[in-house]
Write a protein that binds this ligand. Structure first.
Ligand code: DCP
Ligand code: CA
Ligand code: CA
Length: 362
């Protein structure tokens, strides 16, 4: 039995909690690229801002066009959110020894033993966790409880915001049948459109497909996942991850380009994801690298030594300069995919070291 925790509108909520004067106003946390005063993208939006159609990943200027004039725009404070995230994870860890941090604002806990396999007790357990996070950190979250991780994540998603949803084994069929395929974790735009070609729109449609059909389209691994997940049967034990040697993230650009401006968002997004990952692993990196994949599928890399406490802005500056180097050394190169890799990892298990690291730059 799995409990899935997801903090509501995380970065924006942290700002809202610490700056109560902005309550009830549209609030967006922005990654400013520095190019012009308003270039960059939205990282997180509170629910008031979402009502105007603003969401993560949207250019700031587009968001400004949609939002009323009393809206609040704040720059990301990544180191701070990572610290808050660790505090929340430390609270969650008391609710089961079998816990895995999935991202900066998500954790999955195997609670089977803690609640003797009882879904009723699991509901109480989850309610206590929500209360403790609210009382100690003033943060709202959504929690899902279900027989496995995939279902628990979907239940948490369905419970947002500030919700608690328990899907017990008898309810799995009904819960899944009503969902669109993209509600399954791991089903993005691409998978969704391939499934549409097969006439599949809902999880129930998917549950009627043969594994052979799925294997032809997705290959064996993904087919197995989609097949089992759509039936509520994909299961894997909740385990802390093994020691990582490097963390990287590569993104595909909207179109091939040589323009630094155009790739700024992808670079920021890849770096954010790598930093989130490192934080949840409680590690710091001593090397920062850039991965460039060209329109001809050639790969170029560069890396530099960094101080483990380097700030987000400093890392972005280094990435831009490495990218600039790759571009000037290869005048005809067109960028297709772009990645960030951090390696030379140091474990940060002692609390004092952690704090020193996260607060190094201010
Ligand atoms: N994030 C980001 N850029 C994105 C998506 C997310 O910088 N394109 C960051 C900001 C979010 C955090 O990661 O606060 C967690 O991501 P979620 O997708 O869980 O989004 P939220 O927590 O903001 O919203 P929700 O309430 O829907 O969970
Ligand atoms: Ca999340
Ligand atoms: Ca969230």
């Amino acid at each position: 039995m799995v409990l899935f925790l997801d903090l509501d509108y995380f970065f924006a909520q942290v700002e809202e909690v610490e700056k109560p004067e902005y309550r009830d106003r549209p609030l967006v946390v922005c990654v400013y690229s520095g190019r012009t005063e308003s270039s960059g993208v939205v990282s997180s939006a509170n629910y008031v801002a979402r009502r105007y159609g603003v969401k993560a990943g949207m250019p700031i200027r587009l968001a400004m066009g949609k939002l009323p004039s009393d809206s609040v725009y704040l720059p990301v404070r990544m180191e701070h959110y990572l610290k808050v995230s660790r505090d929340v994870m430390d609270i969650a860890r008391k609710y089961s020894a079998k816990m895995r941090v999935e991202s900066v604002d998500e954790a999955v806990l195997d609670v089977t033993e803690v609640v003797d396999g009882s879904f009723d007790k699991a509901r109480e357990h989850a309610a206590k966790l929500k209360t403790e996070i609210l009382e100690r950190k003033s943060l709202k979250c959504s929690v899902g409880v279900a027989p496995n991780r995939v279902l628990a994540k979907m239940a948490a998603e369905a419970a947002k915001p500030d919700g608690l949803k328990v899907v017990n084994p008898e309810e799995v069929g009904v819960f899944l049948a009503g969902q669109p395929v993209e509600a399954l974790p791991g089903v993005g735009h691409k998978t969704k459109s391939l499934l549409e070609d097969l006439g599949v729109r809902t999880v129930a449609d998917l549950g009627r497909l043969d594994i052979d059909v799925l294997e032809n389209v997705f290959g064996p691994k993904k087919a197995r996942y989609v097949y089992l997940a759509s039936r509520g049967l994909f299961d894997e034990p909740v385990q802390e991850r093994g020691a990582a040697k490097q963390v990287s993230r590569i993104l595909t650009l909207k179109r091939n380009t040589r323009s630094l401006d155009e790739v700024e968002h992808a670079l920021a997004k890849a770096l954010t994801q790598v930093l989130n990952r490192l934080s949840s692993l409680r590690m710091a990196a001593t090397r920062l690298g850039i991965i460039v994949i060209t329109s001809e599928i050639k790969t170029f890399t560069k890396q530099v030594e960094i101080r483990p406490g380097s700030s987000y802005d400093e890392l972005m500056r280094l990435l831009r300069s490495m990218l600039q180097q790759v571009l000037s050394e290869n005048p005809s190169l067109m960028l297709r995919r772009l990645g960030v890799r951090m390696s030379g990892l140091l474990s940060l298990t002692g609390q004092s070291t952690l704090t020193a690291w996260s607060e190094h730059e201010s």
